[in-house]
Design a binder for this molecule. Structure first.
Ligand SMILES: *Cc1c(COP(=O)(O)O)cnc(C)c1O
Length: 361
């Protein structure tokens, strides 16, 4: 009898490792491992969730028009070219499903987000990784990495887990230099943390080969509800809508996302707090002899002498009830990614890393 095998590529997918949220035997832990908003979702979003319980028996809308119109208003984009997904992860999945497949390549950088490889393999495509330059996306390496098989190029800007970003001129050069059959995907999961940055929306408007993805999981504090969106040229959005399930987003998720988006004062407050607390965290780490690249996101990437020291520090922090993220899976074995928490957590993690560097174990 023939074995029952999945499609090629599927068994090469390593299961996604989410940020830990528990430490055995330690109570009152602070989770700084998944880049979540430490202040939670906007009160307006929570109210919207509470109101949504009265309509749980109804199917949600399939066109997401209210949320898309709100995205259009708040982010200054054409709502008709917005598509909503179950997190931006689902938009990444749609892109791979629709544009990649057997015999094609999906390109990203050595410290790129894990979902690019997972979605490429799930679609049967070949994932291809290029080097960064000192933990910064390198446009020349991406252009050199393109072949006539490349269909998608993913960059997160700012990138996770490095926290660094490249400027618009570099992104334009990348979009301009790509082969004709290739789409550039700008993953803007952390775009809201960068004052005055549109995530590449204007570049999307100017070109037919650039797509932007965004999320409600980070600044908007709605990771648990799974809402993201994509913005692209009409031809791409039309393709993605064909592979999208009609009821992919629940009515609760749609209502919460719209309310969160419209509470611009809360988003502004969270962005400002993050900027202030990120400076406190990175300066404190530097004083303890732990350097970080300048991060523009809601986390920092702390660099240690080697993998051993990073792992020892992680274990020490766990004992103190602090959960940060190991990033060896992102080819950064000597680093730990630390989400910018609220002020007490930031001070506590900085203090504990200081104790560790002073010899505590
Ligand atoms: C967190 C994150 C996402 C968002 O994923 P969702 O599915 O929207 O929760 C996307 N890209 C990057 C780089 C991220 O870090």
């Amino acid at each position: 009898m023939a074995p029952i095998d999945p499609q090629p590529g599927i068994m090469d997918i390593a299961l996604y490792q989410g940020g830990k949220s528990k430490v055995e035997g330690v109570t009152n832990v602070v989770k700084l491992s998944s880049n979540e908003n430490p202040f939670g979702a906007s009160p307006a979003a929570k109210d919207a969730v509470a109101r949504s319980v009265h309509e749980l028996h109804r199917y949600p809308p399939t066109d997401h028009e209210d949320l898309r119109r709100a995205i259009g208003e708040v982010h200054g984009v054409d709502w008709e070219r917005v598509i909503c997904g179950v997190g931006s992860d689902e938009i990444i999945t749609f892109l791979c499903q629709a544009y990649a497949g057997e015999g094609t390549e999906v390109l990203y950088t050595e410290h790129g987000f894990a979902m690019y490889r997972i979605s490429a393999l799930a679609a049967g495509a070949t994932p291809v990784e290029v080097k960064e330059r000192d933990r910064v996306t390198c446009v020349d390496n991406l252009l050199d990495g393109c072949t006539d098989k490349t269909r998608l190029v993913f960059i997160a800007n700012p990138n996770n887990p490095t926290g660094t970003m490249i400027g618009m001129a570099e992104i334009e050069r990348l979009a301009e230099g790509l082969p004709d059959q290739c789409l550039l995907v700008l993953d803007g999961a952390y775009a809201e943390y960068v004052e005055g940055y549109d995530g590449g929306a204007k570049l999307v408007d100017m070109r037919n080969n650039v797509v932007m993805t965004r999320t409600f999981s980070k600044l908007y504090g709605l990771g648990g509800l799974r809402v993201g969106w994509g913005y692209g040229p009409r031809h791409v959005i039309d393709v993605l809508n064909r592979v999208r399930g009609p009821f992919n987003l629940s009515s609760t998720a749609l209502a919460a996302a719209e309310a969160a988006l419209r509470d611009t004062a809360y988003a502004e407050k969270c962005r400002n707090d993050n900027t202030r607390l990120r400076t406190i965290l990175s300066e404190a780490l530097a004083e303890h002899g732990v350097p970080c690249d300048t991060s523009v996101a809601n986390f920092v990437l702390a660099r240690f002498a080697d993998q051993q020291e990073a792992e020892d520090c992680d274990l020490y922090l766990q004992k103190q009830g602090l959960i940060v993220r190991r990033v060896a899976g992102y080819n950064l074995p000597n680093c730990l990614r630390i989400t910018v928490g609220d002020e007490p957590s930031v001070r506590r993690v900085a203090y504990c890393i200081g104790q560790f560097k002073a010899g505590a174990r």
